[in-house]
Design a protein around this ligand. Structure first.
Ligand code: GLP
Length: 246
C-alpha cells in the first residue's frame, strides 16, 4: 500500500468487519505509534455508520490488549490503558470493561499475568489479533530471545525497547518502566487470525527478517510464519527490503 494512511484505513475496515461478524471471539489489540492512524481511521469509519450499526458494534465489543507497563496507573498518560481510553474506548463510547488490559498497578505482576491469560481463555481466546512490530523484532512485548511457546508473563524490557518507546515519556528512556506484562507468543499464535501491520522505512529490515528468515528466538515475530492465517499489511517504505513478489 502507498502509505501509512492507506494501511490504516484498510486495517480499520478489517476491525469493523470483524466486530460486525456474528460469531465473535474477542479482538486482540495493540498500541504504539503504528496504531495511532489505525485508531484514527477506525473512529472516522465508525462515525460514518448508522446509529443502529454503531450500537450493535458497541454492544458486542470485547477486546484484549497485548500488553501494559508494570507500575503505571491507567490514568498515567504513558500507560497503554490511557492510550486505549483516548484512542478507542472513550471516542467509541465503550465501557472500560470492554477494552481489557493487564493491570499495570498490580502488587503481584506474575499473578496478574496468570489472571489475564485466564480471562482471555474464559472469553474464548483471540479471534483477530492486531500486531505491530518492534524495531528489535518483538511483538507485544515478547523481547528477543523468545520462543513460540512463551506464555503471558511479566518480563524485563530491553534497553532498545525502552529507547524506542521513550517518546511517550517525554523522550526520556530512563522514565520508561523497566517491566511489562505481555501476552506471550503462545496466546498470539493461538489467535484464529493475525494481522501484522508495519509502516515506515525504519522497519524494512526487521520486517524482511521476520517474514523471510527461518524462524528463530532472536526475531520473535518470525514465529508468526507458523500461523496458518497470517495477514500482513505494510506500506511501500516498510516493504522496501522485500522481494517484489511478496
Ligand atoms: C511497542 C508495543 C508493541 C508495538 C511495537 C511497535 O513496544 N509493545 O505492541 O507493536 O512496540 O511500536 P511502534 O508502532 O511505536 O513502532
Amino acid at each position: 500500500m502507498a502509505d501509512a494512511q492507506a494501511v490504516a484505513e484498510a486495517v480499520a475496515e478489517r476491525l469493523l468487519q470483524e466486530r460486525r461478524a456474528s460469531r465473535q471471539r474477542p479482538l486482540g489489540l495493540a498500541t504504539g505509534r503504528t496504531m495511532v492512524p489505525v485508531y484514527g481511521a477506525l473512529r472516522r469509519q465508525f462515525g460514518r455508520l448508522r446509529a443502529p450499526e454503531q450500537q450493535a458494534i458497541r454492544q458486542g465489543w470485547l477486546s484484549f490488549n497485548l500488553d501494559e507497563y508494570v507500575g503505571l496507573a491507567p490514568t498515567d498518560p504513558g500507560s497503554f490503558a490511557a492510550f486505549m481510553a483516548d484512542q478507542l474506548q472513550g471516542p467509541l463510547g465503550l465501557a472500560p470493561a470492554q477494552v481489557q488490559l493487564p493491570d499495570g498497578l498490580t502488587a503481584d505482576p506474575r499473578q496478574e499475568a496468570g489472571r489475564y491469560r485466564q480471562a482471555l481463555v474464559a472469553a474464548g481466546g483471540i479471534g483477530l489479533q492486531l500486531l505491530g512490530l518492534g524495531s528489535n523484532g518483538h511483538v507485544g512485548f515478547n523481547e528477543p530471545p523468545c520462543g513460540p511457546e512463551a506464555p503471558c508473563r511479566c518480563l524485563a524490557l530491553s534497553a532498545a525497547t525502552r529507547a524506542q518507546n521513550a517518546a511517550a515519556f517525554g523522550g526520556d528512556a530512563g522514565a520508561v518502566p523497566r517491566q511489562a506484562i505481555t501476552l506471550g507468543l503462545a496466546e498470539i499464535l493461538a489467535a484464529e487470525r493475525i494481522l501484522l501491520v508495519v509502516t515506515g522505512a525504519a522497519k524494512a529490515t526487521i520486517l524482511r527478517r521476520a517474514l523471510l528468515d527461518p524462524p528463530c528466538p532472536e526475531v520473535p515475530a518470525s514465529w508468526l510464519q507458523h500461523h496458518p492465517r497470517l495477514g500482513v499489511l505494510v506500506d511501500r517504505a516498510a516493504a522496501a527490503a522485500l522481494p517484489p513478489a511478496c
